[in-house]
Ligand binder design. Structure first.
Ligand SMILES: NC(=O)C1=CN([C@@H]2O[C@H](COP(=O)(O)OP(=O)(O)OC[C@H]3O[C@@H](n4cnc5c(N)ncnc54)[C@H](OP(=O)(O)O)[C@@H]3O)[C@@H](O)[C@H]2O)C=CC1
Ligand SMILES: Nc1nc2c(ncn2[C@@H]2O[C@H](COP(=O)(O)O)[C@@H](O)[C@H]2O)c(=O)[nH]1
Length: 327
């Protein structure tokens, strides 16, 4: 790989506007036969999503992926979502119990629309085996497999039956994989996304490293069908986790799924905890994201998300922020 770059090294080049108002721009995206309001999904992490947020997102036509860290609640979660006519989108791991869980769902005729295999190093036989197991038992569930960072991995997981692959190893805000192991796409996530997207024959989900709303448009430009985001969704009124007050300011916790706080032990830790400033309501952030993306589409010279996929871009030396602090 040569010419690597990340979100802050790129600017998209404006094309002639064809709309009279940004409100004409359509941000919807289709994944797995369902149409969602935004090509954005909050990360399947315990300080980002819970059952209440999942319901809110599904009711309002946003894509969601429930986390897998309270495994015993998943069956009731699927039942509850389906009872309300909502899609069920869950996560699984690859340990032995998860095989029984998938089989049990099939036996009980509980069929989630989306299943995400949520593993740090997704280019592995363990994930390939789980994809095949899900596809055998729940053939109609849309399987998202990850995480990966190379075209070989994308091809192999697609070949095993994955319906989409999730790209991003180490670019996350609470990730320490890059420093603890020396591996990953941290620092060149956008280039890795482009590299993987070129090899993909199915949708790609960009995961991690999004620091501004403009990064969503950049992800779409470089091949993402959907963008998974943690830190920008952390710290909302509705976010799980405690609120702290310090010097008159409110903060909420955001921790990695491979952190000591998540695992309850200091073993193979590849995540950390941080406190993020309280951000107000989730609905406001989603609305701002939609407006910003509508604006991106207008700058791309179109009125649909696809317009962004073909715009020109430039590599900006020394980062677009020019010293401005954004994170
Ligand atoms: N996107 C990212 O950059 C990263 C995300 N994470 C997140 O952290 C959570 C925990 O991930 P993970 O540890 O995979 O899940 P689990 O703790 O469920 O581990 C899954 C299985 O994979 C094995 N495993 C984990 N990492 C490796 C590896 N590098 N090589 C070989 N086997 C491995 C584990 O065994 P054993 O523990 O004995 O090795 C275990 O059997 C997930 O939610 C994941 O998304 C974690 C790191 C990076
Ligand atoms: N290396 C680690 N990555 C993690 C961990 N927990 C979650 N994640 C990944 O981060 C993204 C969110 O990234 P952000 O930049 O938007 O905050 C998430 O979807 C996971 O893929 C972890 O403990 N270690």
């Amino acid at each position: 790989m040569e010419n690597v770059f990340d979100y802050e090294d790129i600017q998209l080049v404006p094309a002639k506007c064809i709309v009279d108002s940004r409100s004409e721009c359509d941000t919807t995206v289709t994944l797995g036969g369902h149409t969602f309001k935004l090509p954005v999904v909050p990360a399947n992490m315990q300080t980002i999503i819970d059952e209440k947020i999942a319901s809110y997102l599904a009711e309002n036509n946003y894509f969601y992926v429930m986390h897998r860290f309270e495994p015993e609640k998943r069956q009731a979660f699927i039942k509850d979502m389906h009872a309300r006519g909502l899609i069920a989108s869950i996560s699984v791991g690859v340990k032995e119990d998860e095989y029984d869980f998938v089989q049990h769902l099939a036996e009980e005729d509980l069929l989630p629309e989306f299943i995400t295999i949520d593993i740090a190093h997704g280019h592995s036989n363990a994930v390939i085996k789980m994809i095949k197991h899900i596809k055998t038992n729940l053939p109609n569930s849309f399987v998202i497999a990850g995480n990966v960072g190379t075209p070989e991995a994308v091809r192999e997981l697609e070949h095993a039956g994955a319906d989409a692959t999730k790209v991003g190893i180490g670019p996350g805000k609470v990730c320490i994989t890059k420093t603890k192991t020396g591996f990953g796409t941290g620092g060149w996530q956008l280039a890795a996304l482009r590299w993987c997207a070129k090899a993909a024959s199915k949708p790609i989900i960009a995961d991690g490293g999004i620091r501004t709303h403009g990064d969503i448009a950049k992800s779409v430009r470089f091949g993402a069908s959907m963008v998974m985001i943690g830190s920008l969704f952390a710290g909302h009124e509705e976010s799980p986790g405690e609120t702290y007050e310090k010097d008159g300011k409110l903060y909420k916790e955001y921790f990695g799924s491979a952190s000591e706080f998540q695992k309850g032990e200091k073993k193979n830790v590849e995540g950390k905890k941080m406190y993020v400033e309280h951000k107000g309501s989730l609905a406001d952030t989603l609305q701002e994201m939609e407006q910003d993306l509508q604006s991106s589409i207008s700058y791309a010279g179109g009125n649909k998300l696809d317009a962004i996929r073909n715009v020109d871009y430039v590599v900006v030396k020394n980062s677009i922020f020019n010293g401005d602090k954004v994170y």
